[in-house]
Design a protein around this ligand. Sequence first.
Ligand code: TXA
Ligand code: MG
Length: 335
Amino acid sequence: MKKYSNQINDELWDTQIGNDLSFAVELLSDDEVVAIPTETVYGLAGNAFSKKAINKIYQIKKRPFSNPLIVHVADVTKINEIAKDIPKIALELLEKFSPGPLTVLLPKKATILDEVTAGLKDVAIRIPNHQLTIELLKKLDFPLVAPSANPYGYISPTKPSHVYKQLGSKIPYILDGGSCDKGIESTVVGFENGKIIIYRLGVISLEMIAEVSKDVIIRDTEKEKPLSPGMVPHHYSPHTKLILTDKPEEVVKFYKVDEVAFIGFKNKLKVIPAENQLVLSCDGNLNEAAQNLYHALHLMDDKNLKVIIAEKMPNEGIGKSINDRLTRASHHKKE
Ligand code: TXA
Ligand code: MG
C-alpha cells in the first residue's frame, strides 16, 4: 500500500503545495525531502542527520557531491549542538544578523555527517528568518539541510510556483510560505585567525559586515573550474542565453526586436515589446531589485526567446551581489 496518498510510484509524486506543518513533519521524519520557504530563496530540505535524505537531495538536484550543504537551525542555542570552537567574531555576526540571511562556516562536531560538508572540517549553518520554517524547525528533533530548491546550475526559486515548475513530481510537498522577502541567497562567511572571509556574497553586503569588523575579505569559491573542455563556469542560469551589460540600448541593436527579453534596473527599453521585459525596481531600490531578480529571470526564460539582455546594477551594497548572480547566469554550459 502507498504510504502517502500523493505518491504515484517509488520515485514520482503528485506534488502538493500547502501550509500543513504536520504533513511536512511527517515526511521529513520519514527521510523524505520537502521544499521550504526562507526569507532568501526556497530550500530543498531534508533531515540533516539522515544519509538517505541527504542522498535524495543530491539526486533530485543533480548536484555534485563535492558541493556541501547548509544546515538550518531554529535558534543560536542549537548551533552549539553541531559546531565547536566558535570564534568570538562569529558570535558577534550571529548576534547582529540572525535570524537572517547569514551563513557561518564553523568547525563541525562529529554529529554532522561528512556527506553534509563534502568531507570538509567546517559545517555551514544558518538560522532562516521565516516564521513558518522556524515553526517547522521547532517541531523537529533534527536540523534541516537545505540547498536552494532548483536543479543544479539553474535559477533559484523565490515562489512555490518556481519550485513546482523545476522539481514538480520529484518531491512530495512544497510548504507554501509565499514569496521570499529578500530574493537572493544568504551571505556565506568563514573565519581565519580572527578575520572574516566572505565565500559567497548575498543579501548581507560587504559594507554591512564591515560595520561589525573591518577585517573582512571576499574569497570566491563558487567559481568552479571547467569540468571538461567546452564547459565554462555557470550557475543561477536560465535556459535562454543571457547577456549582462551596462549598455542594453546598444546590445539590443544586434537582435530583431521580437527576439529579445529584457531585465532592466529602473527603465524599460523603448524598442522591444512591453510584455517581453521587466524592470526590477522603478524607484531604483536595490533591495527591491534583489527581491524581484529570480522571478524576472524565471518569467523571461519562460518566453523562450533568443536572448535575455540584463542590465548591470550599480556595483554597491546588495547591487554587487545581484551583479554576481547575473554574471554567473551569463556563463553558459554550451553555446
Ligand atoms: O539563502 C540560502 O543560503 C539558501 C536557503 C535555502 O537557505 N540556501 C542555499 O544553499 O543557497 P545552496 O546549497 O544553494 O548554496 C550553499 C552555498 C554553496 O555555495 C556551498 O558551496 C556553500 O554554501 N557551502 C556549504 N557548506 C559549505 C562548507 N562547509 N564550506 C564552504 N562552503 C560551503
Ligand atoms: Mg543554490
